[in-house]
Design a protein around this ligand. Structure first.
Ligand code: GSH
Length: 205
């Protein structure tokens, strides 16, 4: 049993829940972080005061892990190797998009906060415009990549699709001026058919 700690409106928690569903591992989730605050027990497990963290009771003595993309790799290695398979170069090619997601998160953070958590009349237009520009520039790179194969993981779906698959939903759902992105939209349609993606597409809060 994998216990996932973290509020579900967090992008990084959504990623882990989705991966657990894809891996068909038994899992449960407990709210923590954001408005739920933190407990001393949680902070002993993850001193970063961030979500997510997991505990895998299937490992003798229990195994705790934080850092969402490390958790995705662990879940794949331990329970679903088909989600991160291939030769070292194929795995690395997929893996890069997992790290790249953190740069995208930086580009999208301010515009996300402005559009989702700041009332319309108080929004900082400069931050919104800068976020639109920065995310469009990065999505042009993703668009080009998705013209080469159906999945960021290669010829089949894998964990490399999960980080950007999560952030792409937000990018589309924010409803701002976006580049035309037919490859991203086709990939998004495929992601919507995946088990577990419904945990990603909940309303943005
Ligand atoms: N690199 C970390 C980042 C974790 C992170 O920034 N989590 C955010 C939510 S997406 C958080 O915990 N914010 C504070 C909170 O929710 O209390 C990871 O991928 O796990």
């Amino acid at each position: 049993m994998i216990t996932i700690w973290g509020r579900l409106n967090s992008h990084n928690v959504k990623k882990v829940v989705w991966a657990a569903v894809e891996a068909e591992v038994e899992w449960q989730r407990n709210d923590i972080g954001g408005p739920f605050g933190y407990t001393d027990d949680y902070l002993a497990m993850n001193p970063n005061r961030l979500v997510p963290a997991i505990e895998d009771s299937g490992v003798q003595g229990g195994f705790c892990l934080w850092e969402s993309n490390a958790i995705l790799r662990y879940i794949a290695d331990a329970y679903a190797p088909q989600l991160w398979s291939g030769t070292p170069d194929q795995r690395a090619d997929a893996d890069r998009w997992m790290d790249w997601q953190f740069a995208f998160a930086d580009a999208q953070r301010a515009v996300f906060l402005q559009m989702v958590r700041v009332p319309a009349e108080e929004r900082d237009k400069a931050k919104v415009e800068a976020g639109i520009k920065a995310t469009n520039a990065m999505m042009a790179i993703l668009e080009d990549r998705l013209g080469k194969s159906e999945w960021l993981s290669g010829e089949q779906f894998g964990i490399a699709d999960i980080p950007m698959g999560t952030y792409a939903h937000t990018w589309l759902a924010l409803g701002l001026d976006r580049i035309a992105a037919p490859n991203i939209r086709a990939w998004y349609a495929r992601l919507n058919e995946r088990a577990g993606y419904q945990y990603v597409t909940i309303p943005l809060t």
